[in-house]
Design a protein around this ligand. Structure first.
Ligand SMILES: [Zn+2]
Length: 285
């Protein structure tokens, strides 16, 4: 049986057109790798089309609490297929439960948090209000994990701290970006693999040995791994090609590239609302 070649990129970034090119150029100047596009929605759409990726998830980071309101209004406008969007939150935001309820009411599937840009450790008690409210509301959290080249080590979002959150908040839907801890692959293997959280593949494929990556995915379960590129910091077409070269079985590939994200983000409803009730896989793209 031929598996459908559907793919969804569960970790991408777009910015408002007025600031995207400047933000991306500034960050790009500090990075050792070329960027994929200029940070705009149109730029990402062209890259998704080039890669044959059906859709993606935008992950906005509020670097200050006073940015949260405006980002979430903008994110709700951007949350339309083929680009879905998370909302933003910041631990210093004055009324976290009320804003998370607005995130939910606006139809956003969850929020992005970044411990380095936002200055917190995942297992700090002041984060409890975010974990508790997201769990209550069924909001998904995409959490930056591991090192970030913009910040000197040690990183706040280390695998042991993330494991403490997972154990303290059963039922929380947490996605740890960068396969649970960029450049902390040994700690990921010891602390996170096998726990009930999702790991995305961004800045992992090609950053640890392929055989180690494949082994860890299988130990963790391909049912809890999501393909992500972290575009524009990586190139979706190149990242997808690198992932497809790995020796995963077709069912494993399908789970990581599409099915897990489809389950979490209700992709069939977004991609082809008219046929999703009648079909298991969308055929309208
Ligand atoms: Zn990212």
């Amino acid at each position: 049986m031929n598996m459908p070649a559907l793919a969804f990129d569960a970790h991408t970034h777009i910015f408002p057109d007025a600031i995207g090119p400047r933000v991306v150029a500034q960050l790009a100047a500090t990075l050792p790798l070329p960027t994929s596009y200029n940070g705009t929605r149109d730029g990402l759409l062209r890259k998704l089309a080039e890669a044959g990726i059906a859709g993606s998830l935008n992950a906005p980071v509020a670097t200050r609490a006073d940015q949260v309101d405006a980002i979430n209004i903008w994110a709700a406008e951007q949350n339309r297929w083929p680009i879905l969007s998370l909302g933003a939150m910041h631990p210093d935001y004055p009324d976290i439960p009320t804003e998370l309820r607005r995130v939910k009411d606006r139809g956003l599937p969850g929020i992005k948090l970044h411990p380095e840009y936002q200055g917190f450790a995942p297992d700090e008690p002041r984060l409890d209000i975010i974990w508790r409210t997201c769990r209550e509301l069924g909001l998904i959290i995409l959490l930056h994990a591991g090192n970030d080249w913009q910040f000197p080590p040690p990183c706040r979002a280390n695998p042991a701290a993330i494991a403490r959150v997972v154990r303290a908040w059963p039922g929380l839907t947490l996605i740890a970006a960068h396969f649970g801890g960029f450049e902390q692959w040994e700690a990921v293997a010891h602390e996170l693999v096998g726990l009930p959280l999702y790991l995305d593949t961004s800045f992992a494929v090609g950053f640890l040995p392929d055989d180690q990556f494949v082994r860890l995915v299988r130990q963790h379960s391909s049912a809890r791994v999501l393909f992500g590129s972290d575009a524009p910091w990586q190139d979706p077409p190149a990242t997808l090609a690198a992932f497809r070269r790995l020796p995963f079985t077709p069912p494993e590939q399908h789970a990581i590239l599409w099915a897990n994200a489809a389950r979490l983000f209700h992709l069939e409803e977004h991609a082809c609302p008219a046929t999703s009730a009648a079909r298991k896989e969308p055929s309208c793209m």
